[in-house]
Design a protein around this ligand. Structure first.
Ligand code: PLP
Length: 457
């Protein structure tokens, strides 16, 4: 079902077209992705190293099956999450920029949660419930993930505890209210709830928090309560896989209007929304059926792909998770308090890291000022206020559209608008008032205390 305006402005799919399978890219990776290591022995990690996940999730995490069927209960809940989500063409932005390029965006912000995170939260809550788990514990940066898991737990009648990085907790108080409305318990991290939180605060009382610290706190909490499990909002293979419904829908939608993307662009925190939009297109690309450029966009403040190294590192700051093969700026890197809280993570998903290493995906980095300027322009022209995270993708999409203008090329640009920014207006307010902090380009990364001292070649 397509809706045409003067130009094609919007492409919808019927509810029946919600994908029936998740796509697992593991068997298609052009270079082998080495196994995670046990944090203590530093030998390849067995399933036991992931004790904080239920068995069915661990099976997905290590699966080499290409397509994994989506349970009916999960597809049902996706309907309530406003799936399938629309694709819009940003015609007013194109006109303003006077670019010959066509700019399309997949709009995940239409979900009641305001972002793509429900795609995996629903699936994870379902699988945990299936194994008799009574509650889930997690971390959240900007709050989108915590919000998503809170609602998913409510759907499946489970408890939910969320450790929210303090910088975001203080910047976005309404996120906390939303999580509490959905029934979750929320703590600003570092907190006094855990030993690791107390230790972190003792060393640095005004610590802004980071996803790495919050993950350590969540895992410590799960260790103390065996009726609960831990849930991760990004980075892990199973999470990226759950998000691939975004790209599968986008592919069907572009097919309906007879377009193929020349560029597939998305922002990267841990890599889940980018994998979501890009992996189904990379599937085609690797089979010679699509010739596209894949750009992942990160903040200059956390330059994991653009300045970090491809090595082994912990998933958290406290060193409690397995050691993953990935690009990292170092697990002890204190990420600057940029407004895109969802992009303040030191590492990147192992599969996406392998694709960057293999040069299938090209990483870009943009600064906070440019990101907010892009977000302002988009709000004014297209009416949607982008989440600061998503505005990174938008900013790079606009840069590509400008290159197309310079070369007079009529390319098709697809980017993922991973969420809306209606709970990020504090950041936009600072931007409009000229009070936005600088671009935070860190002088040094934290590459001195990596658990394994070698780069992966
Ligand atoms: C969490 C989040 C991100 C970053 O996480 P990824 O796993 O890299 O997708 C990006 N955009 C929005 C709106 C988010 O909520």
């Amino acid at each position: 079902m397509t809706v045409f305006g003067k130009n094609t402005v919007r492409v919808d799919l019927p509810v029946d077209d919600i994908p029936k399978y998740w796509y697992n890219i593991t068997p298609d990776l052009p270079i082998t992705c080495p196994p995670p290591l046990d944090p203590i022995t530093k030998k390849p990690a067995g399933p036991d190293a992931m004790w904080f996940f239920p068995k069915n999730i661990i099976m997905q995490e290590i699966s080499c099956e290409r397509f994994i069927q989506i349970p009916d209960e999960v597809r049902d809940a996706y309907v309530k999450m406003s799936r399938p989500t629309p694709i819009f063409r940003a015609t007013r932005l194109e006109e303003y920029m006077k670019t010959p390029a066509e700019i399309y965006f997949k709009y995940e912000g239409i979900s009641p949660l305001g972002s793509h995170k429900g795609n995996t939260a629903i699936a994870q809550a379902y699988y945990n419930k299936e194994e008799g788990i009574q509650g889930l514990v997690t971390e959240t940066g900007a709050g989108q993930w915590g919000t998503a898991l809170s609602l998913a737990c409510s759907y499946f009648n489970m408890k939910c505890k969320v450790f929210m990085t303090r910088a975001s907790h203080d910047q976005k108080p309404y996120r906390r209210v939303l999580m509490e409305l959905y029934g979750a318990e929320v703590f600003a991290s570092p907190s006094h709830e855990t030993e690791f939180g107390k230790k972190t605060l003792a060393e640095r009382p005004n610590h802004p928090g980071s996803l790495g610290v919050a993950i350590s706190e969540a895992i410590e909490t799960v260790r103390k309560d065996p009726t609960t499990k831990y849930s991760l909002g990004s980075v892990a293979n199973h999470v990226l896989m759950h998000q691939t419904i975004i790209g599968q829908e986008a592919k069907m939608q572009l097919d309906l209007i007879d377009r193929k993307p020349d560029y597939v662009i998305g922002c990267v925190g841990g890599g889940s929304n980018y994998a979501g939009i890009a992996y189904p297109f990379i599937y085609e690309h690797l089979r010679g059926k699509l010739d596209a450029t894949f750009y992942s966009v990160e903040p200059k403040a956390v330059p994991t792909f653009t300045r970090g190294v491809y090595t082994y590192d912990y998933g958290d700051t406290g060193g409690m998770t397995p050691i993953f093969p990935m690009y990292t700026v170092g697990h002890s890197f204190v990420t600057p308090p940029i407004h895109a809280g969802g992009l303040r993570y030191h590492g990147k998903a192992p599969t996406l890291s392998a694709l960057v290493k293999a040069k299938v995906v090209t990483p870009l980095a943009v600064g906070q000022q440019d990101v907010f300027e892009a977000g302002r322009l988009f709000s004014k022209l297209e009416g949607i206020v982008p989440a600061p995270e998503s505005a990174h993708a938008l900013c790079s999409a606009m840069n590509v559209a400008l290159e197309c203008k310079a070369k007079n090329e009529k390319k098709v640009i697809l980017f993922n608008m991973s969420g809306h920014g209606l709970l990020d207006l504090g950041g936009y307010g600072e931007f409009l008032g000229g009070r936005l902090s600088n671009n935070y380009e860190p002088k040094e990364l934290a590459l001195n205390d990596l658990p394994v001292e070698k780069e992966i070649r």
